[in-house]
Design a protein around this ligand. Structure first.
Ligand code: R5P
Length: 311
């Protein structure tokens, strides 16, 4: 029997493409709100005994999309689904993986507990902010990576000489992966986060003068990290073109204004998050082939080893 593909409202175009490429139609479900604002979910398909894949990024508005995922999972579980897998192309709350200060919540851990409580038995995620988030879950997780595909996408237009740039220490391993795939040296911008939207830089490790930078990160949220890194690179005498590559493009708050103010020639992100048409030189790489392959293999109980993140 074919897998059943269901989706929340976070990323319907991606879910529809995935279903089409698997050769099924997207499962019917209804999402609505009661007059008091409560979310109500109903699956309008027989799920009994089915291998169900729930596609939903916890992208902005993160809490709404998370609750959709949880209620859809609950509806599937109560409908006696055979096996229930969450496909979360962008996993929000992953940045809340520890207490940076006292009396903070570790949101990532709590969200993991909620997902398991919702009855989801397996997860497919893509380029987590930190791979350690897998440890928050007790159910199996396939942590896939779009990095080889993103590297393939920029390879034909690689400037020379170029340098891969980690915009902060958290992105060093990721940058190393790009560096290996593209056979390029790596530089690191030293960033300090001042608030959710503001960052500052204090130096660069590595040779960037006269080199065209390819700044890589797991995500672009408010654009503060990229803006600070690019400004530091320009001040250090990097050459053009400036390329930015990220697995997840959220582009919230001041992101568009910040990025528009920079001489970025190429901005490559995946479609893990749906964004409206933006006045930026965005090149979109679809996660569809990767997710279709992962779902097909999981459905047949085949290995995903060559698709998972190793950085
Ligand atoms: C932080 O450690 C992440 O890897 C990203 O660099 C960061 O979350 C991006 O956020 P923003 O675009 O708001 O600076």
């Amino acid at each position: 029997m074919q897998p059943l593909i269901l989706s929340g409202s976070a990323n319907l175009p991606l879910a529809e493409t995935i279903a089409t490429n698997i050769g099924v139609r997207l499962g019917k479900r209804e999402l609505c709100r009661f007059p008091d604002g409560e979310l109500h979910v109903e699956i309008q398909e027989n799920v009994r005994g089915r291998d169900v894949y729930l596609i939903q990024s916890t992208s902005p508005p993160a809490d709404e999309h998370l609750l959709e995922l949880l209620l859809l999972a609950d509806a599937c579980r109560r409908g006696d689904a055979g096996r229930l897998t969450a496909v979360i192309p962008y996993f929000g709350y992953a940045r809340q993986d520890r207490r940076a200060q006292g009396r903070e919540a570790v949101g990532g851990r709590l969200v993991a507990d909620l997902i398991e409580a919702g009855g989801l038995q397996r997860l497919i995620v893509v380029d987590l902010h930190t791979p350690a988030v897998e440890g928050f879950f007790t159910v199996p997780m396939a942590h896939l990576t779009a990095v080889p595909f993103l590297a393939d996408a920029i390879r034909p237009r690689l400037p020379a000489p170029a340098v891969i740039v980690a915009p902060d220490l958290g992105a060093v391993k990721l940058a190393g992966r790009y560096g290996t795939l593209l056979n390029l040296p790596v530089a690191i911008v030293h960033k300090t986060r001042l608030s959710g939207t503001e960052v500052t830089t204090s130096g660069i490790t590595g040779e960037v003068h006269g080199r065209a930078p390819i700044v890589v990160d797991d995500m672009i949220s408010t654009g503060g990290t990229i803006e600070a890194a690019v400004r530091a690179l320009l001040a250090a005498g990097c050459s053009s073109p400036v390329t930015v590559v990220a697995s997840h493009g959220l582009f919230v708050g001041p992101a568009v204004a910040r990025l528009r103010g920079l001489p970025i020639q190429q901005l490559l992100v995946t479609d893990s998050v749906t964004t409206p048409e933006l006045p930026l030189p965005i090149q979109l790489l679809s996660l569809c082939p990767l997710l279709v392959e992962a779902i097909a293999r999981l459905h047949d109980n085949r290995s995903l080893t060559d698709l998972v993140a190793r950085y």
